[in-house]
Design a protein around this ligand. Structure first.
Ligand code: ZN
Length: 242
């Protein structure tokens, strides 16, 4: 993986096949994540070029996507629309350390969010801006999954679940981090929002570790047909067809 993860795509795909998954998503961080983003957008095309061969070798679907950063309260992403439309899987979420665009809300929104991790007061105060940013991102981009809502940066889960349900976007249960996941599932239940369980693996050994999320969905009687992971209608490698 080519942003902050370890292991080659081949090693991660191999680990996914070994753990019994039928599909695996490779979603390197968008370029504006400070210290974790890809250096160049061409990374996604390069990854896509490898995917077909690996699918044949390991008999598993390989979805090439990105985890985009929401960079403004207008819902702008650091993955441009023409690229977003060609990815197999578009994940988009809020992250505390994001490079602002020129003339953007650096002082009013992005920078304060960097402090929100340590101050509960700041965290609460930024909730409505975060919710607006994430909801607009879902409205304006073909987002498949909202990554880790409410992890580090606070959002109104009820409002986000409502918007996601309307656009068929899943909210993520991220088994790679410790935070309150039950409130995400209950918000999704209230609004009929899909849920996606993801390992957020940053190493091959973490791929396929979904047990905590599966157990949570089972305990809360979450309907299987609302679970994004069970979908079989993923687009077939739009990059690879051209
Ligand atoms: Zn993330």
């Amino acid at each position: 993986m080519k942003s902050d993860g370890r292991g080659t795509i081949r090693e991660n795909v191999q680990a996914a096949a070994k753990s019994g998954l039928k599909a695996v998503g490779i979603t390197d961080h968008g370029p504006r994540g400070i210290g974790i983003g890809v250096e160049n957008l061409s990374v996604y095309r390069e990854s896509a070029a490898e995917a077909g061969k690996l699918e044949e070798e390991f008999q598993i679907r390989v979805l090439i996507g990105a985890e985009a950063n929401v960079t403004g309260t207008d819902g702008k992403l650091d993955i441009p629309p023409e690229l977003a439309g060609r990815l197999d899987l578009l994940v988009a979420g809020l992250h505390p350390f994001v490079l602002p665009d020129r003339g953007s809300e650096a002082l009013t929104w992005l920078l304060p969010n960097q402090f929100a991790r340590v101050s509960r007061f700041a965290r609460e105060r930024l909730r409505s801006g975060n919710t607006k940013a994430q909801a607009e991102a879902v409205r304006k981009n073909p987002v498949d999954i909202v990554s880790h809502p409410n992890l580090m940066l606070a959002v109104d889960l009820d409002e986000l679940a409502r918007v996601c349900a309307r656009y068929g976007t899943a909210m993520e249960i991220n088994t790679g981090h410790k935070y309150d996941k039950e409130e995400i599932v209950t918000a999704a239940l209230r609004h009929g929002t899909p849920i996606s369980v993801n390992s957020d693996a940053h190493t091959p050994s973490g791929v396929g570790r979904l047990g905590e999320g599966e157990a949570l969905l089972e305990r809360l009687n979450f309907p299987m047909e609302q679970v994004f992971n069970t979908r079989s209608d993923f687009p077939a490698g739009k990059f690879r067809r051209v």
